[in-house]
Ligand binder design. Structure first.
Ligand code: XIL
Length: 299
């Protein structure tokens, strides 16, 4: 196979990218994105501040630009993200308690209604656990509404769009030995035992010198899959873009039948939120990096 998407499709998986609506007028960018990838995540356009800039007034203009580009180019779409401590509009940052809880469920209902039946996977909740050795929830205004905010978000999401796979998504949860990974595992196990509707876990996989790739990532993916959820690599980028590491991550997904696919967090290094790490598969001029070939050969 000659593209990442078609190669991934040979095993029933997808290979996706984050798309930024502001770059859709760049033909070098769209040429690569439309050729190589068969899944799209909006890099920022479906987040809370973008979709509900004023309370109760939804704005899907930018999200729809990404969604429409994806569908017109034959790609599936991952929705990202409905409940998160970051990129909240100011009005939500200033809410707490039952008013915030109500705003969260109203937001989930509003966004999921707009995209009902159109989204393959939704990141319902993003980044709810704290880094470090505690295994605790991250402090946030949402967490302070009560520990059950995550399961409420998932129950709301299931009712709003029963066709979408509902994912919990986080970073620094790829290394099986880390407390944050174990805390996320305990939550998913509890949700499955109690019938809280969760279908998938997204591993962001932002690998860098402080949190490097570890070969026990495959164990992590296998252990989550054994709980009865799908897994996905949702925001992959690797500081320095080692071809070996990219191939290892690809092989880890391929080794797990319930690994749905891989999304890289941007097209070219110059499109990356961490451009200084040159973490992606294409150079700024659009040429393929060695890591591109490593991934393609692994798929
Ligand atoms: C990042 C985007 O890439 C940036 O453009 C934005 O300024 C901040 O957010 N985890 C996530 C993503 O779930 O939404 C983040 O995306 C990167 C970390």
């Amino acid at each position: 196979e000659s593209t990442l998407g078609s190669a991934a499709a040979q095993s029933g998986r997808y290979f996706g990218t984050a798309i930024a609506s502001g770059r859709l007028s760049d033909s070098t960018y769209t040429t690569i994105a439309s050729r190589e990838f068969n899944s799209v995540t909006a890099e920022n356009e479906m987040k809370i501040d973008a979709t509900e800039p004023q309370q109760g007034r939804f704005d899907f203009a930018a999200g729809d630009r990404v969604y429409n580009w994806a569908v017109q180019n034959g790609k599936q779409v991952r929705g990202h993200t409905l409940a998160w401590h970051s990129q909240q509009p100011v009005w939500m940052q200033n809410l707490s308690g039952s008013a915030l809880r109500q705003a969260m469920t109203n937001h989930i209902n509003g966004v999921m209604a707009h995209y009902k039946g159109k989204i393959a996977q939704w990141d319902v909740v993003n980044e709810a656990f704290v880094d470090g050795t505690s295994g605790a929830r991250r402090d946030s205004n949402l967490q302070r509404t009560g520990n059950d905010w995550i399961e409420v978000a998932f129950r709301t999401a299931r009712a709003a769009d029963p066709a979408a796979k509902l994912c919990y998504n986080d970073y620094n949860v790829e290394n099986w030995t880390w407390a944050k990974t174990q805390a996320m595992y305990a939550m998913v196990r509890d949700f499955k035992q109690r019938g809280v509707p969760i279908d998938c876990v997204g591993f962001q996989s932002h690998f860098n010198n402080d949190s490097p790739y570890n070969s026990n990532f495959r164990t992590t993916l296998q252990n989550f899959a054994a709980l009865g959820v799908d897994v996905a690599i949702t925001e992959l980028d690797i500081q320095g873009a080692s071809g070996t590491t990219y191939a290892n991550v690809t092989n880890d997904c391929l080794a797990v039948p319930r690994c749905l696919g891989i999304t890289v967090w941007g097209v070219r290094d110059t499109d990356s939120w961490r451009a200084e790490h040159t973490p992606l598969l294409f150079n700024g001029d659009g040429s393929k990096k060695p890591a591109y070939t490593s991934v393609l050969n692994a798929l």
